[in-house]
Design a protein. Structure first.
Ligand code: COA
Length: 122
């Protein structure tokens, strides 16, 4: 999805399909990549993109979203530490920077494992 002002694209968000590899393989989404043009940052455009992205994901029946990002930015949308569900990042990151959100009640119930990103993220 993109954010547009006067026909100029000023921000974008993509929710990328990922899998959580545990006892079973679970489909989920990663909130990445996202960016807002520097001169348009801090005007809630990023927040609008996150909210619109999460709504779209829910409408498409996804149950959860993972994000690797700043611990002060994402909790306001409802993200919590992914370690609360024993969901791990495939590379070393600070625990509080790797987060997840349930789009429906118990959307991550009994789901744990290591997130597998697509090759493009390598
Ligand atoms: C992260 C990003 C998309 C946020 O977009 P934005 O439109 O500026 O965000 P908003 O205006 O909705 O939110 C601004 C808030 O986020 C905080 N913030 C912005 N960028 C941040 C960052 N990189 N790390 C931590 N906090 C950040 C601001 O301090 C502000 O806090 P406040 O609401 O408490 O005042 C934008 O800063 C960006 O494009 N950064 C470079 C690319 C990037 O880091 N993408 C995210 C990858 S996970």
């Amino acid at each position: 999805m993109v954010a547009q002002i006067d026909n100029e694209i000023v921000g974008h968000i993509l929710l990328t399909k990922i899998q959580i590899i545990g006892n079973e393989i679970y489909d989920s989404l990663a909130l990445a990549p996202m960016a807002v043009l520097p001169e348009f940052q801090n005007h809630q455009i990023g927040s609008a993109l996150v909210r619109a992205g999460l709504k779209k994901a829910k409408d498409l029946k996804f149950k959860s979203v993972i994000v690797l990002g700043h611990k002060n930015y994402y909790p306001k949308f409802g993200f919590q530490k992914a370690s609360n569900w024993q969901i791990k990042c495939p590379f070393e990151v600070p625990d509080e920077a790797f987060m997840a959100i349930e789009l429906i009640k118990n959307g991550l119930e009994n789901i744990s494992g290591i997130v597998q990103y697509p090759k493009a993220f390598d």
